[in-house]
Design a protein around this ligand. Structure first.
Ligand code: NAP
Length: 315
């Protein structure tokens, strides 16, 4: 029989690493399964200007690396693995992971959220051939080229602004005429000479499937119904994220968009009853704020709840 660990943390973004710092410091020797996207969303972003404590901002990957070091200093261990399945009916919980089986008394779910796609077949077949959801990963390939960014929130603004470092022109396409983006980000995009904002515009198709290289976009003005083509070499999606909670469907209450429902901030439930020792934090349970600092805050709460739970069951 495998050893039963006090705490297993799923995910190594801001929420998971904060939970790791707290549980490690409490002597629980947490094991962090780093997941499909180690470091989470901060590891593929650029300058983070709103995390308290860095008056001049800090690069996302550096912030994540610092948190990981901090957790490791107190005894957290890390595995490049992800959860395949878990049975939440029997405690301690048995986790089937990509590297084997683990038994855990508490489980902190910090599996975050992954980029959303438009879902067009042409978009899907051109991923990696001009279509991307990560400006910081792929922006470099579009030096001197014209590109488009889709979305009307902060992610889209951030991507558009970042991509002006490489692209000769960025056309930002948004399906409505009102933006979700914060005022400061929207104003920066509007003021940028190389960004053009086109509202009431949807992408109907990505062109270039046969050539295996994006050649342009088929667009539609939703107000007039007029269709037209835009010649671009790159298409970046900045249309939000989907929670990584599918593996818990049927065992944990999820909301209509698939986010984990929590009560008392981080306690998980099944048919309304609290699941003992299983906590959720960060973007996988937060459809409202989704900030690095709120993810860190809920990671801390999950860790404190895990500690309390272990004390109550005598560990
Ligand atoms: P978001 O605020 O949910 O915005 C998503 C945008 O994509 C919306 O404008 C939405 O349009 C559009 N969209 C969604 N599905 C679409 C589809 N199928 N086709 C076309 N457009 C679609 O997501 P986000 O921008 O990723 O931001 C998430 C959270 O992270 C926010 O709280 C944001 O403040 C935060 N964030 C902060 C920073 C920063 O402070 N530097 C950077 C990035 C993100 P509608 O408006 O029509 O729904």
């Amino acid at each position: 029989m495998t050893e039963t660990l006090d705490t297993v943390i799923l995910g190594s973004g801001c929420a998971g690493l904060t939970a790791a710092i707290y549980t490690a410091r409490a002597g629980l020797k947490p094991l962090v399964l780093e997941g499909h996207e180690p470091g989470g969303q901060l590891s593929i972003t650029t300058l983070v200007e709103n995390f308290p404590g860095w008056p001049d901002g800090i690069q996302g990957p550096e912030l994540i690396e610092n948190m990981k070091k901090q957790a490791a200093r107190f005894g957290a261990t890390f595995q490049l693995a992800h959860l395949n399945s878990v049975d939440l009916k029997e405690h301690p919980y048995r986790l089937q992971t990509s590297t084997g089986e683990i038994s855990a008394r508490t489980l902190i779910v910090a599996s975050g959220a992954s980029a959303r796609w438009l879902g067009l077949p042409s978009e899907q077949s051109l991923i990696g051939h001009g279509v991307s959801s990560c400006a910081t990963c792929d922006g470099f390939f579009f030096r001197g080229k014209e590109i488009a960014v889709v979305g009307g929130g902060d992610s889209a603004m951030e991507e558009a602004l970042f991509l002006t470092r490489f692209a000769s022109k960025v056309t930002l396409l948004h399906r409505r005429d009102a933006f979700r983006a914060s005022k400061i980000m929207l104003e920066r995009a509007i003021a940028h000479p190389n960004i053009e904002l086109r509202t009431n515009t949807v992408v109907e198709e990505a062109l270039g499937v046969e050539e295996k290289e994006l050649k342009g976009l088929k667009l539609k003005d939703v107000k007039t119904g007029a269709g037209y083509e835009l010649e671009v070499k790159g298409l970046f999606l900045g249309i939000g994220h989907e929670p990584n909670a599918k593996m818990f469907a049927g065992q944990m209450d999820l909301d209509e968009e698939g986010y984990i429902k929590t009560t008392g901030n981080v306690l998980t439930t099944n048919n309304g009853s609290v699941i003992p020792g299983v906590f959720a934090c960060g973007d996988v349970q937060d459809r409202r704020y989704r900030q690095a600092i709120t993810a860190a805050g809920s990671g801390c709460m999950a860790a404190l709840e895990a500690e309390k739970f272990l004390e109550a069951v005598g560990h």
